[in-house]
Design a protein around this ligand. Structure first.
Ligand SMILES: Cc1cc2nc3c(=O)[nH]c(=O)nc-3n(C[C@H](O)[C@H](O)[C@H](O)COP(=O)(O)OP(=O)(O)OC[C@H]3O[C@@H](n4cnc5c(N)ncnc54)[C@H](O)[C@@H]3O)c2cc1C
Length: 381
């Protein structure tokens, strides 16, 4: 489907990714869902053209595609439609790219962005064992020891930690400073002390594989701190303000898939001699869900357009993320209602869509936290 308000280039971009996903990803969806793992040969394909999911916004001088935020969002919608765990996959590369673009030295950008452009995979360890929505309560510490920092703590729900080549880890250099003590570090795979403690088995979003990590005296060279001492949390929030927009488009992609299935079923399911689509109870439910999904895309599109011009769009990003998450939940609920007894049947996509949606909506901050941010932006304080 081509959105009428997109430029011709944007429509072509969506079409390219849609066709590539239909050919290479759609046949693997069930396998990924059943095994909760992205197969190695699919992973290898995803980091190369026509996908290049780790290189989307890496600058061209480091070998990336240097896409605009709007274009990354268009790709995220197609991945959300095809196989939602690919949105976290591309999002983590976005998190890295933005962290390095904002705060990396020339040398750090070259070292790490060139790796991303050639398919290195990352993970992003912000959420701590303490309350996840409040990273200022972080307990993971970074203590200076000569030319190294020594990191120690516990991280939760770290997506793709098992396949990561690069680990962005947030840790406090001085817990008494709260938010102002937190710094960001990049740690390379194989560094002793990076331990996967527990595979968080989710209800859905299979293939994204999140892990609790024990970080036990991990020694990081001082040159791997990104930004200044205490800049980490401001950096993390600045970056999330960008990536939550493409995540919202990922939600829209999955919601679009759910509505398409509901429509297809409603048109073809005949009960008492009539397709169920002829009942207003069914058509209104689908129309209401579709209205929200289209509105979610527009809100997220507004945030993406702003994001290509400025960094000042916290209200627009948080509104887009909260609304897209709620629109997604509505879409998968309606899909499952419309399918009646087939809704929970594993042979139909509706059941997977429902699991994926509920497992996904808290990533990069819950709906409530987005409303807290939007509320502060609207009301002040
Ligand atoms: C699929 C998935 C992938 C993830 N991947 C990563 C990753 O790669 N790296 C990473 O660092 N983290 C990751 N996370 C963690 C994610 O960022 C946290 O789950 C999220 O920030 C919420 O934290 P929490 O789960 O500890 O919830 P809590 O903070 O314990 O919140 C529990 C409930 O309280 C509500 N709440 C909290 N504070 C407020 C408030 N001020 N006002 C109103 N309500 C509030 C929340 O909305 C929620 O309903 C992932 C999560 C998911 C679901």
């Amino acid at each position: 489907m081509a959105w009428t308000f997109y430029t011709d280039e944007q429509k072509q971009l969506a079409e390219r990714y849609r066709l590539a996903a239909r050919e290479h990803i759609a046949p693997r969806v069930r396998e990924v869902d059943e095994n909760d793992r992205l197969p190695q040969n699919l992973l290898e394909r995803l980091v190369k053209p026509p996908f290049s999911l780790t290189a989307l916004s890496v600058p061209k001088k480091f070998g990336g595609l240097e896409m605009s935020k709007v274009d990354v969002c268009i790709v995220a919608e197609e991945m959300g439609y095809a196989l939602p765990c690919l949105v976290p996959f591309l999002e983590i590369a976005q998190l890295y790219t933005h962290v390095l673009k904002y705060a990396g030295t020339e040398n750090q950008q070259k070292r790490f962005l060139e790796k991303l452009a050639t398919g290195a995979k990352g993970c992003y360890a912000l959420t701590d064992e303490g309350p996840g929505s409040d990273p200022t309560a972080m307990k993971t510490t970074a203590k200076r020891d000569g030319d190294f920092f020594v990191l120690r703590g516990k991280k939760r729900l770290i997506t793709f930690a098992d396949i990561a080549d690069l680990f962005a880890i947030f840790a406090t250099e001085d817990p008494s400073l709260g938010a102002d003590g937190i710094s960001a570090f990049i740690v390379e795979k194989g560094t002793p002390g990076l331990n996967l403690a527990y595979h968080c088995k989710a209800l859905g979003l299979m293939g994204h594989r999140a892990w609790d990590m024990d970080i036990e005296d991990v020694r990081v060279p001082v040159e791997n701190r990104i930004g200044e001492r205490g800049d980490g949390l401001r950096l993390a929030f600045k970056v999330l303000n960008k990536t939550r927009i493409s995540l919202s488009f990922g939600y829209v992609g999955l919601a679009r898939a759910a509505i398409e299935k509901a429509v297809e079923f409603a048109r073809t399911r005949v009960v008492q001699g009539r397709p169920i689509s002829e009942h207003q109870a069914i058509s209104f439910a689908i129309a209401d869900a579709a209205i929200k999904v289209e509105a979610a895309r527009l809100l997220a599109y507004r945030a993406a357009v702003l994001s290509d011009k400025t960094d000042r769009h916290r209200k627009e990003t948080s509104m887009a993320k909260a609304y897209a998450a709620e629109a997604l939940i509505d879409a998968v609920n309606v899909e499952n209602r419309v399918l009646g007894g087939y809704g929970g049947d594993g042979r139909y996509d509706a059941e997977r869509h429902l699991r994926d949606a509920y497992s996904w909506i808290s990533a990069q901050g819950t709906i409530e936290v987005q409303k807290v941010i939007a509320g502060r932006e609207i009301l002040g304080g």
